[in-house]
Design a binder for this molecule. Structure first.
Ligand SMILES: C[S@@+](CC[C@H](N)C(=O)[O-])C[C@H]1O[C@@H](n2cnc3c(N)ncnc32)[C@H](O)[C@@H]1O
Length: 235
């Protein structure tokens, strides 16, 4: 199955239906819980990278409605870390949803913060974070933006950068299509999810587009993880 690089996700259209988009952000937590595997990534790669002697920092690039950002904040706090977690998204609709969801959850906006920004905005401000992550962002990007996000992540991450995305396989279309039948017309989750699978990389393809120093792993059947360790880059 060829990569459908020209297929456009509905949620990326500025004039898409606002009610469907709102429900898409609202349904992301459900999808992420079943397909994204961030709890395992948190335990294996993020928790060991957080400092105990000072406030740790995590950046979520392209955070969408912010559910993974909120989960990372919650897990790190439950493990006794002092953390500040920042979720950025250039799309004002995503930013607005994430801010409202965090307010509803009652989190302190100085510790869990959402900004309407791109990774390059934060690089320009000279910001650094112990851990930099993204989920389901890589397949949205064209070649120039993709190279930019990898380069920005290296500048922004003090310890580790982790980009997780869907791995393209024909069977993923079948399983995701069946599993999301009930969500059908209520949001863009099903339609955009199927487009995302067709836009996503195989593990070999992703290995060819990362910069030197990045490692691409394939946990499970349907995931790619691109990981960069600052220590390796400086040793
Ligand atoms: C499918 S959503 C994923 C949202 C969230 N990370 C999640 O997993 O639920 C992709 C998000 O990436 C954002 N995005 C697209 N291009 C981006 C870029 N160049 N830099 C940062 N975010 C971007 C979009 O605005 C969108 O909110």
């Amino acid at each position: 199955m060829q990569r459908a690089i020209n297929a456009v996700e509905e949620m990326d259209r500025p004039d898409c239906d606002p009610a469907l988009l709102e429900r898409t952000y609202a349904q992301f937590p459900l999808v992420n819980r079943f397909v994204s595997g961030w709890r395992q990534v948190y335990v294996a790669l993020i928790r060991p990278a957080l400092p105990r002697h000072r406030t740790g920092t995590i950046l979520d690039i392209g955070c969408g409605g912010g559910d993974i950002t909120r989960n990372l904040f919650r897990w790190a706090r439950a493990d006794g870390f002092e953390v500040r977690v920042v979720g950025i998204d250039p799309d004002p609709r995503a930013h607005d949803f994430a801010v409202r969801a965090a307010a509803k959850a009652g989190t302190d906006p100085t510790l869990l913060e959402f900004r309407r920004a791109s990774s390059s905005d934060l690089v320009a401000l000279g910001q650094r974070f112990d851990v930099v992550i993204s989920n389901h962002v890589l397949h949205h990007l064209g070649p120039v933006e993709l190279a930019g996000v990898f380069a920005d992540s290296e500048r922004l991450a003090r310890t580790v950068a982790i980009h997780s995305d869907i791995r393209r396989r024909r069977s993923a279309l079948l399983f995701f299509g069946l599993a999301t039948l009930p969500l059908g017309g209520s949001s863009y989750v099903r339609r955009d999810g199927l487009t995302s699978i067709r836009r996503s990389f195989t593990t070999d393809e992703l290995s060819r587009v990362v910069r030197p120093g990045w490692h691409v792993h394939a946990p499970g059947l349907y995931r790619n993880l691109a990981v960069w360790h600052a220590q390796e880059a400086t040793s």
